[in-house]
Design a protein around this ligand. Structure first.
Ligand SMILES: [Zn+2]
Length: 399
């Protein structure tokens, strides 16, 4: 695609995104907000209307002269499937064209499950979503998938997903072949960052770090409104930054990675250690410690389990160290914690903020917001929906 065409597509996406953010808006107002001249905005909106993505919806107020025609995103033009392919679950949403959920389903995956079985569950879920999808003008426009690993964006190959033990899996091609629909793939934390940017309601934030804390830990880094991918697309592997140079070997081969101290898996092993040391309570004790999952521990903390509260505070403390490092490097407006950790409660956030503000040098000079995702465990799936819309418009062959 030539530079000129690409630029046009990006501007078109910008216009669509502006209409989406404002619900209804006139061409003149768009032109003011996106800093494009009125003729360009008119051409782009005309194309979007012709393609069915935008509709004209009544008239706005006028201070004299003709009342302006208002535009709105055509939410019923088609449907989008967003999928969070986690390490121990698959979460799918089917949405309309503005990200409103029409249907949703999750499936648990056993840790260490075979690739074959995971793909089987994935295909079943997608098949089910296609079956229940209501009739729309353009049908299902695309499938976006967030993966817990390093993804080559254009080919859609999962190069490496350590926690799934996947290597060189051509996921995009496999799903496209099976369902004959356009498929877009990205790292789950990048998708989460996109989800927060599009649907998180954080106001005007151009520099954002989204930290996904689940079985693993990854970060989606947005610099100047764009996802920062690094030279080869590997940026954001914050879970594998070293916070202890003496600790055990990590799945990535390094020693003392943040992931071993602050992930969902770290929470489980910390609870195990606490109980082994002889500290237990009515919620968490020797009898049930082998069967616990993170959700149970989080619920126990809310019910007052001292063991759970102690463990969650420790996880927040360690995660705070990793995030203080990120804050010092990227100076974001906001750090958003998502995935499993978004359920960990007030004590977790309090401790996390305390550590970040204590350890990050630049927070003395710039108030960096540290927040929990309001989208909770839907940041990634909604980001996958945004990815379909944005990639579809940037590569118009698919429309
Ligand atoms: Zn590691």
């Amino acid at each position: 695609m030539g530079n000129h065409t690409l630029l046009k597509q990006i501007n078109k996406l910008l216009v669509l995104k502006t209409i989406l953010d404002n619900k209804t808006i006139s061409r003149a107002k768009i032109s003011k907000l996106v800093d494009l001249n009125k003729a360009t905005v008119s051409n782009l909106t005309d194309e979007l209307i012709k393609e069915g993505f935008v509709i004209e919806k009544g008239y706005g107020h006028s201070k004299g002269g003709r009342r302006p025609v208002l535009l709105e995103v055509n939410k019923n033009v088609g449907l989008i499937i967003g999928i969070d392919l986690g390490v121990n679950y698959i979460h799918l949403i089917l949405t309309n064209f503005i990200g409103e959920i029409v249907w949703e389903k999750s499936a648990n995956i056993r840790l260490g499950e075979t690739q074959e079985r995971i793909l089987e569950v994935l295909f079943e879920l997608i098949g089910e979503a296609i079956k229940v999808a209501p009739q729309t003008q353009k049908g299902i426009l695309g499938i976006g998938i967030g993966v817990p690993g390093i993804v080559e964006k254009t080919s859609g190959i999962v190069l490496i997903a350590p926690n799934l033990r996947w290597k060189d899996v051509p996921l995009k091609a496999m799903v496209e072949e099976r369902f004959n629909l356009p498929v877009y793939i990205d790292n789950e934390a990048n998708a989460g960052a996109l989800g927060e940017k599009w649907f998180g309601n954080w106001g005007d934030v151009s520099h954002l770090v989204y930290v996904s804390v689940g079985i693993g830990i990854g970060a989606g880094i947005v610099i100047g409104d764009e996802i920062y991918r690094g030279a080869k697309g590997f940026a954001g592997e914050v879970g594998h930054t070293t916070i202890d140079f003496n600790d055990d070997v990590c799945s990535c081969g390094n020693v003392g990675c943040l992931e071993n101290f602050a992930s969902e898996r770290a929470l489980l092993s910390l609870i195990q250690k606490i109980v082994e040391s002889g500290w237990e309570d009515e919620y968490i004790n020797k009898k049930n410690v082998d069967k616990l999952d993170a959700s149970y521990i989080i619920d126990s903390a809310k019910l007052g389990s001292k063991v759970a509260l102690h463990a969650i505070k420790d996880i927040a403390n360690k995660l705070g160290i990793g995030i203080a490092n990120l804050v010092n490097i990227f100076n974001p407006d906001i750090v958003i914690i998502g995935n499993k950790a978004s359920f960990m409660g007030d004590l977790f956030l309090e401790e996390l903020r305390r550590i970040v503000f204590k350890r990050s040098f630049i927070t003395q000079y710039h108030h960096v917001r540290v927040e929990i995702s309001k989208l909770k465990d839907r940041a990634c799936v909604l980001g996958c929906v945004a990815m379909v819309i944005s990639d579809m418009l940037a590569f118009p062959d698919y429309v």
